[in-house]
Ligand binder design. Sequence first.
Ligand SMILES: [Zn+2]
Length: 131
Amino acid sequence: MAFKRVNITFIGGYNDGEIIENVPVNQLRAELSFRTQDDIYFASHPSGDMSIMKGKLNSLWHSYSVSVYQKSESALAYTGSVEYVFVEDRDVERCTALTQKNTQCMNAAIHGNPLCTTHNHVNKTKEVTHV
Ligand SMILES: [Zn+2]
């Protein structure tokens, strides 16, 4: 029996015990991440100072941390629910690329990469055309 919509349960970490109901199965990703520490983030100012901010990211944001969860489908066939198991807390850095307006890109960089998915893709395309 196949479920089209399932409940997600989070196991461990900051979101332990949280449940999200009625999620379409085809929208389940292998990995989910959430901002931690009550929406705190670091901002870097033009002066070089760093400050701790809270809430929605502003144009000075520098980094924040997320809790990463990975999908475990072991319970799906029996209960119609999917468990996401806590893997780690991870720092998310800001993309270091500059936009056409010469401001720093607002996107988050890919884990282990200084660039976001958009700029990483642009770079790859350039490399290919220059070869
Ligand atoms: Zn970018």
